[in-house]
Design a protein around this ligand. Structure first.
Ligand code: TRP
Length: 335
């Protein structure tokens, strides 16, 4: 790969992705892959930490592969692969487990939240999830990790484990930095604009999925909860609904809040909601179409993943072998 810094990111193929995921992650990948050596993974093994229907998981893996490509990931320039295809991930996770303490994992906010949500399935994988994520990142000598706010603690652990290993065994891992996109954290639910937009919301009108067709997008924005004073002004405390729509409008158009307020001064909520629907549709509809086109060609998607895994593997085993040597294992002699 070129002499650029390594960037690693992964998304779980667990179904719906929202415009929040798009703004926070997917949209930026296309640009980032020019400035970095981009390694983009499908965190398929991570999805197993909560119950999955095997047939649906298999479908979701292809869906996410197609979505990555449709969003502009270039499989020649970047490495696009499935985590389960490169066994170095689970191998490094095992070694990192031996320097990670149970207390560090049981304290994680996401583990506590998910334990409450999946009371009937609190498994070891759910607790160990951040260690596998640390392995994902550290295998590629990653310098930059684009993450959402919910992954901040996990990235912190990856850094701690890298430093701990380096101190104990000598310089081995780069210590990665997180990169948080600003617009992402701020996209709120269309039904309860005090809360974050979430794909797991039981109310399907609360979020815009990357799979929503233009009519659905428009309908959801028309139904978005707002106040009744009919003034398009940004004020998250008093007008959370309208402020959220302004945030979305600006994130998709690149306009500032002031510009948007001016543009819609004197106009009503109805017009504004239609305008928001239109700018969102014009960004996500081409992606939806391209994704569906790609999904029709599984052979191509398999090829992309297979090629990605081969390239990822070479980098990953370089680090894993170093780790095995440092801890005192004897490397297998081939041939
Ligand atoms: N845990 C991340 C999420 O659910 C996905 C993920 C797995 C990841 N491994 C990663 C993200 C490594 C960044 C880096 O969002």
């Amino acid at each position: 790969m070129e002499d650029k810094k390594m960037l690693f990111s992964a998304i779980q193929p667990s179904g719906i992705l929202t415009i929040g995921n798009y703004l926070g992650a997917l949209r930026n990948f296309k640009k980032l892959q020019d400035d970095y050596n981009g390694v983009f993974a499908l965190a398929d093994l991570h999805t197993l930490t909560v119950k999955q229907d095997p047939a649906i998981l298999r479908k979701n893996i292809y869906e996410l592969t197609a979505l990555y490509l449709a969003c502009g990931i270039d499989p020649e320039k970047s490495i696009l692969f499935a985590q389960s295809h490169v066994s170095a991930h689970t191998e490094l996770a095992w070694v990192l487990n031996t320097i990670c303490y149970p207390g560090e994992l049981s304290r994680m906010t996401q583990f506590k939240d998910k334990s409450l949500k999946h009371e009937d399935n609190i498994n070891m994988g759910l607790m160990d999830y951040p260690v596998l994520m640390a392995a994902d990142i550290l295998l590629y000598q990653t310098e930059l990790v684009p993450i959402g706010a919910d992954q901040k603690q996990h990235l912190e652990l990856a850094r701690d484990l890298a430093i701990r290993f380096n101190n104990r065994y000598g310089e081995t891992f780069k210590v990665p930095e997180g990169y948080m996109s600003k617009s992402a954290a701020r996209v709120k639910s269309l039904a309860e604009p005090e809360r974050k937009m979430s794909k797991s919301d039981a109310n399907l009108n609360a979020f815009i999925s990357m799979d929503d067709d233009p009519a659905t997008v428009l309908r959801k924005f028309k139904r978005a909860v707002t106040d009744s004073d009919d003034k398009i002004i940004y004020s998250p405390e008093d007008k959370p609904g309208i402020s959220n729509l302004l945030t979305i409008y600006c994130a998709f158009t690149g306009k500032s809040i002031e510009q948007a307020q001016e543009e819609f001064a004197g106009k009503g909520y109805g017009d504004f909601k239609v305008a928001v629907g239109e700018v969102v549709t014009s960004a996500i509809e081409p992606i939806r179409q391209e994704k569906n086109r790609l999904l029709a060609d599984k052979t191509y998607l398999d090829q992309v993943l297979s090629n990605g895994a081969e390239r990822a593997e070479r980098l990953a085993y370089r680090t894993l072998n170093k780790v095995y040597k440092k801890v005192g294992l004897v490397l297998r002699k081939r041939g």
